[in-house]
Write a protein that binds this ligand. Structure first.
Ligand code: GTP
Length: 538
């Protein structure tokens, strides 16, 4: 397949708008998977993903499609031309926005799926901007038109007013009934450009994702940007400087299918004898060891924004937890792990996550897939404390901050996020109250249409890590959609809150809070403890 007959695209959507179902239908339509293969949503493979209906780990598939050429008659025998279509899947949540942006870097276009009844939601906005800023062709797909409450015209108007997308470009589909699906792949071929790489240039491959396979070892998903790669080639990583010999090369069809070669513009997998996924850095550039190349733009290491301590629920189970964490991090190199010990909880781990969902998913997988019962401490964010002598301390575990630090600390900094909130207009008052209670600063407020309001807030990350989303959902009867991206650090008036039990500090309960909230948070905590702990007199 020359690049002119390759298309690399991705599907992006707000949670539940039908991304995985649509992907499945496209795989069926091209015969990549059998109809009714019994495992719904082929691309969502993890158990927790299926349970929660979210895509956490990107999966990618290659499809072969015979495109009917316009103007040529069937009896001439030339009515179709074979195209190779790579569906590059992206994680469904902004915690993974870096992975999303790397996946998008391998694409020239996206299908932006929007639910015909729910319309534009917070992650539609976030995903749209990721694709738009990467300069991709955006094909709007209004899905679920079979629903009785579907209102595609309203959604078209929203797409126009929010993103300037031409209503006549929108495809109307139902991934459930199959209605309108026949237009999707022809639109991909007609509207999305072929990959622009140079076949004659030295090899440059973008590393999209990696996972650990018990039999084959580390498997990397890659996009060949320039040049050609073959089994047996010696390659190097621009990020780590390590070199490898390629033991296997192929495409995901959708199972691993060896081809021995990947040409310019193709997306596929490589097996290179890497020992751990930690060596496979997402966004890294891989090239032939004999050449020197300019690395592809955009590589950056994972940034951990939410930390929590994990301890075995039963003190003796430390080894079980240790083993489970080791196995799990084999497949998720984006979690940072270090051992820590607490006087209250014993030996455990401090784990750093990309965001809230990432943390939840990790906890769930520990319990469900590895049977490890864990106690997790209240999530915390990385604060920076600046001392009078100019030195700075990043605190990921509040227990490690010396008590009463104010004596020497001159400035405290805390991470913030920019949050996008979309709600029906009748809930505006209560949501504004919630955001100001959480120390939010309103940045934008507008109507998407007569019934829905779009708001942007800068909020301290600390204020959304505990219960913000649940509260937002309950205030709005479940109608709010919410998304956030990391923003700068801001100066803040912070103190350490210690909890003493019977005169002893409990390290695992230490938190860092805003001075104005310290009293209230402290009282609430102590009142809760009073309910659970019997009075104990020595
Ligand atoms: P994430 O993986 O979290 O991003 O969700 P998703 O966007 O992949 O949504 P998914 O495909 O899991 O679909 C969510 C729900 O909507 C499922 O229960 C689907 O069966 C249903 N669904 C998907 N497409 C349609 C459709 O066209 N019509 C109707 N009525 N339901 C649909």
């Amino acid at each position: 397949y020359p690049p002119e007959r390759i298309r690399n695209f991705s599907i992006i959507a707000h949670v539940d708008h039908g991304k995985s179902t649509l992907a499945d239908r496209l795989l069926e339509l091209t015969g990549t998977i059998k109809k009714g293969h019994g495992q719904p949503q082929y691309l969502d493979k993890l158990q927790v993903e299926r349970e929660r209906g979210i895509t956490v780990k990107a999966q990618t598939a290659t499809m072969f499609y015979n495109y009917k050429l316009d103007g040529l008659k069937a009896e001439e025998g030339h009515e179709t031309q074979a195209f190779l279509l790579n569906l590059v899947d992206t994680p469904g949540h902004v915690d993974f926005s870096y992975e999303v942006s790397r996946s998008l870097a391998a694409c020239q276009g996206v299908l932006l799926v929007v639910d015909a009844a729910q319309g534009v939601q917070a992650q539609t906005v976030a995903n749209f901007y990721l694709a738009f800023e990467s300069g991709l062709t955006i094909i709007p797909v209004i899905n679920k038109i079979d629903q009785p409450t579907a209102d595609p015209e309203r959604v078209k108007a929203q797409l126009m007013s929010m993103f300037d997308l031409d209503p006549s470009d929108a495809l109307l589909t139902s991934a459930k009934t199959g209605q309108g699906l026949e237009q999707v792949l022809p639109a991909v071929i007609q509207r999305i450009a072929p990959p622009p790489g140079k076949s004659n240039s030295p090899l440059r491959m973008l590393l999209l994702d990696s996972y650990y396979d018990e039999y084959k070892g580390v498997i990397c998903h890659v996009a060949v940007v320039d040049g050609t790669v073959r089994k047996g080639d010696k390659i190097s990583s621009a990020g780590t400087g390590h070199s490898y010999e390629l033991l296997d090369v192929g495409v995901m069809h959708p199972e691993l299918t060896p081809t021995g070669v990947l040409l310019t513009g193709q997306v596929g997998y490589i097996v290179s004898g890497m020992r751990s996924t930690k060596e496979a850095r997402i966004g890294d550039t891989l090239y032939h060891s004999r050449n020197t190349v300019e690395p592809l733009p955009g590589f950056k290491p994972a940034k951990h924004m939410v930390f929590s301590g994990l301890y075995p629920a039963d003190g003796s189970d430390f080894e079980v937890l240790n083993h489970a964490i080791e196995r799990l991090t084999c497949n998720d190199a984006s979690v940072s792990i270090s051992k820590e010990s607490s006087t209250a909880l014993g030996l455990g781990f401090r784990c750093g996550f990309l965001g809230l969902l990432h943390m939840d998913v990790f906890h769930q997988r520990l319990e469900q897939e590895y049977g490890a019962h864990v106690i997790s401490t209240v999530p915390t964010v990385p604060y920076i404390f600046e001392y009078s002598d100019g030195s700075k301390l990043e605190v990921q575990n509040p227990a490690l901050l010396p008590s009463n630090p104010k004596s020497r600390v001159t400035v405290c900094w805390e991470p913030t996020v920019i949050a996008t909130i979309i709600i029906p207009s009748e809930y505006v008052g209560s949501v504004i109250t919630l955001c100001s209670e959480r120390r939010g600063q309103q940045l934008e407020y507008s109507f998407i249409d007569s019934q829905r309001v779009f708001m942007k807030y800068r909020l301290p990350l600390r204020e959304i890590v505990v219960d913000f989303y649940n509260e937002l959902k309950s205030l709005t009867s479940g109608y709010a959609s919410f998304d956030y991206e990391d923003a700068d650090y801001q100066q803040s008036d912070l103190v350490k809150l210690d909890v003493l039990l019977n005169g002893q500090t409990v390290d695992a309960m230490a938190t860092i809070v805003h001075t104005l909230k310290a009293q209230r948070v402290g009282r609430e905590l102590v009142e809760k403890l009073k309910k659970f702990i019997d009075r104990y007199v020595i």
